[in-house]
Design a binder for this molecule. Sequence first.
Ligand code: CDP
Ligand code: MG
Length: 735
Amino acid sequence: TSSKIPKQINIFRDPNSNMARVAKAKMQNPAAIPFYFTESGFGSSWQKPAELHTIFEKLRLSSSVSASASSSSTSIDYKKRIKMSIRQQRESLPIFKFREEIIKAVTDNPVLIVIAETGSGKTTQIPQFLIEAGFILRGKIACTQPRRFAAMSVATRVADEYGCIIGQEVGYKIRFEDCSNPNTIIKYMTDGILLRECLSDANLDSYSVIILDEAHERTMHTDVLFGLLKEAVKRRPKLRLVISSATLDYAKFSQFFDNAKVLQIPGSMFPVETFYYTYQVTTDYLNAALNTVLNIHMREPDGDILLFLTGQEEIERACETLEEYIEKNRSRFNLDLIILPMFSALPPDMQSDVLLPAPKKCRKVIIATNIAEASVTIDGIKFVVDCGFAKQKINDPKTGMDMLTIIPISQASANQRLGRAGRTAPGKCYRLYSEKAYNEELLPETIPEIQRANLSQVVLHLKAIGVKNILEFDFMDPPHKDNILTSLRQLFLLGALDRNGDVTDLGRKMTELPVEPNLAKMLLVSVGLKCTDEIITIIAMLSAGNVFYRPRKKQTLADEKKKSFEHAVGDHLRALNVYKKWEINHYSSEWCKTNYLNEKKLLEAQDVRENLLTIMDKYKYEIYSAGFNYERVQMAICSGFFQNIARRPAISGRNNKVYKTIDEQECFIHPSSSLFHQLPSWIVYNNLTETTKKFLNENTVINPLWLQQLVPDMYRVTDFNPNADLDDFLHDLIF
Ligand code: CDP
Ligand code: MG
């Protein structure tokens, strides 16, 4: 059985610290906002209304003036900028003065590291400088972004500056969307896309310069690209590599890239005054955050507000709460407040709204995840409210699956957030944690994703590129050896690698599909099982997330509607049911409303579904529907998620609801699952979350005999007894 259980990476410096405890509590109840306003001002169920003013005063009193920020004359008020011509705007950016120096440095050095404040013009200007300097004669220019939204919005801006239609000379490419053509010379793309391009062209021959932007984010894909491109530059002496970021440990980066040249462009930051929260951080930081926002709105003459929260659900609730309050109390404020959410799952056009300047007599408040930390420049922000937390992917070393977890941010992130307030004028930053917490509980730097997330996809990619020994790959910060081994084992069980660790045909096909290895396996198996139509919809629905909407006042009704979609086989088929009924009802908005379904998410699923259909078509896979033969769908799910098997020991009787996973964790079916009352003996689950108990989410009934058939290397029984314990059934696998 799983002999190699990697060590847990220590994300919290001190798991008993206050910040760590808040993060954990928040995870258990993300939606809890015990927030209401009283007649006399602001208040909450946890704080006496009268105290609110004091909180704010305390915030003021404990202020520490930020030392790092220095005012500079190079910055131009953004209101002036709006009125300038595009050329004047470009020339007003801090990076413009370094144009010649950048061109020369790129010409003379194989690798260049550029550091400049967010908003200086790195992302939009450097590719244009290089094009203007004639690099195009040697090939296209690629610029990677960790986030899809940043790639799209920046490409749109540069197309404007360049004077072309987006997708022509200037374009972008992100997962499921290619807005570029053979004439594209400046191509913005996510780092994942460039990694994919390395698969078919290891030297990236069509490019003259590769810019790895936002390098400080240290996404898994960027980290892998560091290692791959370091080698590519040696093989192809004419290739140029630029690493750019607002903040990073340049000594470390320079050393990794064989003493690469570093160019630091002085920032144009205005001073930002910092305020710390003197109360102990509690789980109601949301309450404090909203109160702070309203206080700013009430007391400060102008300037937009940026509030950092952790995730979509929290942000949506915060927007709702704020909107409700503003609606009722409009007369108390001098300015109108425009409330804008921002998170990566938001449709792109709604994300772009945050970039538009607020109209006269209005103030914007943007409530964002850490998407707004560095990769997107939002002009006009004067106030930042920082909750001190972020959602991050953390790998559960026991199952090898990633979980999104709320954790305290790092000091580097906190300062990056603070910096958002001083781009266009002096600003203020309210940190909803104490100075002591900042100094003692936050880690100096964020742990790179490669050291905390599941490596399977990356390992498969590296293998497919031809990297024989992943353990010896040149990582800037290597992942834990045991995590690499877990991924190799998982890929072997998926059939993507053979016993020698070489990529199989199946593995190669998996790399062609833009989804994680277990989903890719599910898709490929579905082709043989003739149920691809269903599996594509299920994958699309899984990627869209929870589509059921449960308004506070109509919970019973919403629950009833939800029940009408239930399926005896489980939640994957419930999701399929929802999608199919939506389809039958001509994708109607009205129908979504009456059935308490989140239309935005369904549209997202529709989008993913169409993209996957196109890709399957490109590789000439035939798309069949299983009709009513659900067993095939269940088997396909099993083939990808065979490590997520749970069994309810039969001897325990009807009242015992405990399930055991393959690594012996005791779990329960989540009450939101359609199998909650049914309690089947064997299930496959999509993920495991831990709140008050360990819960299994998105479950489907399976027949254990399939496991033996689908994953003989992992499950084997000579004399099968369906009542056997899971461990009798697990075959000892030495890998
Ligand atoms: O990459 P960096 O943070 O250094 O700056 P940038 O993204 O190149 O942005 C430079 C300037 O372009 C910003 O100050 C914005 O005013 C403007 N910009 C924009 O108007 N719209 C965008 N989508 C991106 C940038
Ligand atoms: Mg940028």
